[in-house]
Design a protein around this ligand. Structure first.
Ligand code: MN
Length: 249
């Protein structure tokens, strides 16, 4: 089992170290990760400047690009063979509900799906990433069941969120659907020391909602959520309805 490990928090993040450790118990690990924080870069691809790759230690290569760049370079050029699976994370922070639209962690797994490779994104919903190493055993157990199987679904990635509890207190695993999240007060408008106006996106409070089978409910109840995601954004339930608009030229 050849496993590509990447993330969006940069190769120095605690989360990717823990993930690489867990993955190393299941196969041969290659790390190809951004050389710096790339959170919330979503699925962006670097087209307008060349990408540089450095090997910082055996089996760990870093790229001055996005998580998607990392997967494209790793699969296309850097790895000696095509990986059997791509793991992304462990993200320092949740990727629940609408978060996945912005997440570089989930996008890296999506890129693997685009390339036809099974992929799992893993995110830690706690605010204390220094505790992520405590999850190594549990993560190994879970990943063994998710990736060492021959019926991993095609055109699908799995998004896993770890609850903000002690690993010993995890109540189990729930297969979930995406909830919804909205941010309030996350746009700052202010002036810099020289008086020029600036805007800053980030922070604020988030509100979430979702049914009993949602990812939010699961992690708030102390479960690990596993959400299967696919990339086809077509709203099938509206195909006939929009067709009835009878659009003409
Ligand atoms: Mn991140």
């Amino acid at each position: 089992m050849r496993i590509l490990v990447t993330n969006d928090d940069g190769y120095l993040a605690q989360g990717i170290r823990t993930l690489a450790e867990a993955a190393s118990r299941l196969g041969t690990v290659h790390v190809v990760a951004p050389d710096r924080e790339q959170s919330a870069t979503s699925h962006s691809l670097t087209l307008h400047y060349p990408l540089r790759v450095r090997e910082v230690e055996p089996g760990v290569q870093v790229v001055d690009g996005t998580p998607t760049d990392c997967v494209v370079l790793a699969v296309g050029e850097l790895l000696p063979e095509r990986p059997n699976v791509v793991l992304s994370g462990v993200n320092h922070g949740a990727n629940l509900g609408d978060d996945i639209l912005y997440s570089g962690t989930v996008a890296a797994a999506m890129e693997a799906t685009v390339l036809g490779i099974p992929a799992v994104a893993i995110s830690y919903t706690g605010r204390d990433p220094e505790r992520i190493p405590e999850w190594t055993e549990l993560l190994t157990t879970l990943l063994r069941q998710l990736i060492l199987r021959d019926d991993f679904p095609a055109d699908t990635l799995l998004s896993v969120n770890l609850p903000a509890v002690d690993p010993a207190d995890v109540r189990g695993v729930r297969v979930t659907r995406l909830g919804r999240r909205a941010y309030v007060g996350s746009l700052t408008r202010a002036r810099d020391p020289s008086g020029r106006e600036y805007f800053w996106i980030g922070g604020g409070e988030s509100q979430w909602w979702g049914g009993p089978d949602s990812d939010f409910r699961a992690v708030h109840a102390g479960y690990i959520s596993v959400t299967p995601l696919h990339l086809d954004l077509t709203n099938y339930s509206l195909l006939e309805g929009i067709a009835r608009w009878d659009l003409k030229l």
